[in-house]
Ligand binder design. Structure first.
Ligand code: ACO
Length: 274
């Protein structure tokens, strides 16, 4: 295909049996993240986040790539042509949806079916769980074309694997396959591409059986406490648990119902009947 897909087509999604299957959809460009794709992904995340029929979101890629990182032409060259303003706008659009995904309401799974480079490490880390094909290839290729692993990529590497692995990976630009990515902690597991979707579906179905309030509280807790000293983490977890309890509390709805529907009390004059 020689013509660029329209912005809307840069991301594909379908919801089936509680799972939102979202995919980077520029296979002819190895799913490189262009500004158009970044804007569209934010819209899709918006659309799916609070839908009652979505319990888990899976992020994958069409074709042979998960994502070949940032689009060197459209994300770098063409935005730089608009000066610092253009660069900052493009960064906001990409970092914005990665951040949104890190704190997404629903649990998220990266299903890494193929190439995963550079900027792709942002959404990789943003997903709560990650499964890769043995055949997938991961690389911090920035060093190969003359920049440092920016856009969070260096941070993601050091968050997920050891100092020595991260340094070697970033300085040499050597790729690793899915199995090595699992060994290094980039992903939970690696398995043959032909089995990848079945395994991810199984994991998604495990999550779909859990209490959604507990899932959100748990995923946030795991991310937050990593950066806290023990006592702060302990305190955060006490409060997070209490907040989750109250979020699940049906009493507030009952209080509204007894006033608006049943007309059995007036909140200005006293409490509802528990
Ligand atoms: N940015 C822009 N265009 C890209 C990118 C990218 N990151 N990756 C692939 N493409 C384009 C190619 O230019 C080519 O376009 P064309 O058909 O108009 O010539 C098309 O996608 C197909 O790419 P090929 O290289 O022909 O595909 P192949 O399967 O042989 O190789 C591979 C795949 C290894 C992923 C290769 O495309 C590649 O090295 N891409 C760049 C990877 C990279 O370094 N990404 C940047 C990381 S750093 C960062 O994200 C900040």
């Amino acid at each position: 295909m020689t013509t660029e897909n329209s912005e809307k087509d840069t991301v594909a999604f379908v919801v089936e049996a509680g799972i939102a299957w979202v995919s980077f959809n520029r296979p002819e460009k190895r799913n490189a993240m262009s500004p158009a794709l970044n804007r569209r992904m934010m819209e899709v995340l918006d659309e799916l986040e609070f839908r009652a029929d979505v319990g888990v979101l899976v992020l994958s890629g069409e074709g042979t790539a998960w994502s070949a990182g940032m689009d060197l032409k459209e994300y770098f060259r063409e935005t730089e042509a608009h000066g610092l303003q253009g660069t900052r706008k493009a960064q906001r659009e990409s970092y914005g949806w990665w951040r949104r995904l890190r704190w997404y309401q629903k649990p998220t799974i990266a299903m890494v079916n193929g190439w995963c480079f550079g900027g792709g490490y942002g959404p990789l880390f943003a997903c709560d769980l990650a499964f890769a094909a043995d055949e997938a290839k991961f690389g911090l290729s920035e060093i190969n074309w003359g920049i440092l692993p920016g856009g969070g990529a260096a941070k993601v590497a050091t968050e997920l694997t050891s100092f020595r692995n991260a340094m070697y990976h970033a300085l040499t630009g050597e790729n690793i396959d899915g199995r090595k990515a699992a060994e290094w902690g980039f992903v939970n597991e690696s398995l043959p591409l032909a089995q990848l979707k079945v395994r991810v579906t199984d994991v998604a179905n495990i999550l779909l059986q859990k209490n959604p309030v507990a899932l959100k509280a748990t995923k946030d807790a795991i991310r937050r406490v990593r950066e806290m000293p023990y006592d702060n983490a302990e305190d955060y977890l006490v409060r997070a648990q209490e907040a989750a309890n109250s979020y699940d509390n049906e009493g507030r709805k009952e209080g509204i119902k007894q006033f608006i529907d049943d007309k059995t009390y007036k909140p200005g004059l006293g409490a509802y009947d528990k």
